[in-house]
Design a protein around this ligand. Structure first.
Ligand code: PMP
Length: 390
């Protein structure tokens, strides 16, 4: 019998209830649905109801100032988690931190550029591809994408100026990082999308000139598109704000309202779901350990090595719990790791997207329980096939 409606990609049968064992495990995107069960527990506390007449204006002036309340909660959250010094910093909201990536490049390039040479925008490989994609797409005369920071470590041309993106912990490999370039002609943008106790130990609060955060990886609400920048310098704050004003005239008030509600639940330490960081860490740690165990017997693929570290938030040494697995195909002839895994029904993101070798692939560990379990099954089968052959 033909299905009466269209089934989701991996389901078939007349009522779409049969899962197809041939379905690939899709671990390509960083969709943070692992936090969905937490919010199911917090359904009532976290709900937002907005009446039709409410907050219609372009201005925030119609009623209480939600933006300043949201700012207050962001500062409070950083103080409680101890991951960043937010006191005394200016805050700019963005439509996700995605909007703030280019806003920051724009702001810093006006500060750094001389009329003749565009500022070189770099990041050390493997890096999050959004930096390269945005910088090349927006194609300003003020700045230019110049690839891997390591290539420029010994740059001797004194007229060259740099903006370096530093991602810590890094997407894709989960390592805590620092800038590679230094000196008076280098400005850095610190992207801390994953600097939360779910994904990493928090050794100390960060306190840099411009730091980017996002709700996507904090609460998992990627679809609300909310991020923020903490900025030390007032004139940089003004340039970044102007970019956001010209680009979108600020961030949706509906989104701000929802962000505020969610942060309140996070700060109250949750209700039925408990404390979000404890929950997030437990899920991510469990996934990492399961994956590590399966891959420990493989000679064909290896996993990045991350060391346990003292976390000031949990006040103990804690094992790794990264957002992504960063795999390497070890066999000499298996240079296109993405293709090797794809043939085994495992869809990841190729190392080449991160400005790195095709021998590497990123697998997302952030998706739903079902996605992760299916991924684990597929990888287990891949490793079992290898031991059967040897
Ligand atoms: N920075 C990094 C390192 C990311 O991985 C992502 C999303 N995956 C972003 C920024 C953008 O996130 P968003 O726009 O959802 O805030």
């Amino acid at each position: 019998k033909k299905p009466t409606c269209e089934c989701f990609s991996c389901y078939g049968g007349s009522d779409c209830s049969q899962f197809s064992p041939r379905c690939p495990a899709d671990a390509e995107s960083g969709d943070p649905l692992f936090l969905e069960p937490y919010w199911t527990q917090e359904a009532t506390q976290s709900a937002v109801l907005v009446a039709g007449w409410h907050r219609m204006s372009y201005d925030m002036a119609d009623g209480s100032s939600i933006s300043s309340e949201l700012e207050w909660h962001i500062r409070r959250l950083h103080a409680v988690v101890g991951n960043a010094v937010a006191e005394g910093k200016f805050i700019v909201f963005g439509t996700g931190s995605t909007q703030l990536l280019n806003a920051a490049v724009h702001g810093l390039s006006l500060d750094t550029s001389s009329s003749s040479t565009p500022v070189s925008v770099v990041a050390s490989a493997p890096y999050y591809s959004g930096y390269r994609e945005q910088t090349t797409f927006f194609a300003s005369t003020n700045y230019k994408w110049q690839g891997d920071s390591y290539q420029w470590m010994n740059a001797s041309n004194p007229s060259m100026k740099f903006i370096e993106f530093v991602t810590s912990p890094n997407n894709p490999d989960g390592r805590l990082r620092e800038a590679v370039l230094g000196g008076p002609f280098v400005k850095t943008i610190h992207d801390h999308a994953y600097y939360w106790p779910h994904y990493t130990a928090i050794p100390a609060p960060v306190d840099e000139d411009i730091m980017l955060f996002t709700m996507s990886k904090l609460t998992g609400h990627a679809g609300s598109r909310f991020g923020w920048a903490l900025i030390k310098d007032e004139s940089l704050y003004e340039r970044v704000s102007r970019y956001v004003d010209l680009n979108t005239m600020g961030v949706s008030h509906d989104t701000q309202l929802r962000a505020l509600k969610l942060l309140k639940v996070v700060l109250q330490g949750g209700g039925g779901g408990g404390e979000i960081f404890g929950y997030g860490y437990q899920v991510m740690r469990d996934r990492w350990m399961k994956l590590s165990k399966v891959l420990s017997t493989s000679k064909r693929i290896s996993l990045q090595k991350l060391a346990p570290q003292y976390c000031t938030y949990f006040r103990k040494i804690r094992g790794p719990s990264p957002a992504y697995a960063w795999l390497r195909c070890e066999m000499e002839e298996e240079r296109d790791c993405h293709a090797i895994l794809k043939a085994a029904g495992i869809i990841g993101r190729s190392g080449t997207k991160f400005g790195f070798e095709s021998r590497f692939v990123r697998l997302s560990l952030l998706k739903s329980k079902y996605d992760f379990n299916w991924l684990l099954q597929r990888i287990t089968a891949f490793v079992a096939e290898e031991s059967a052959k040897s």
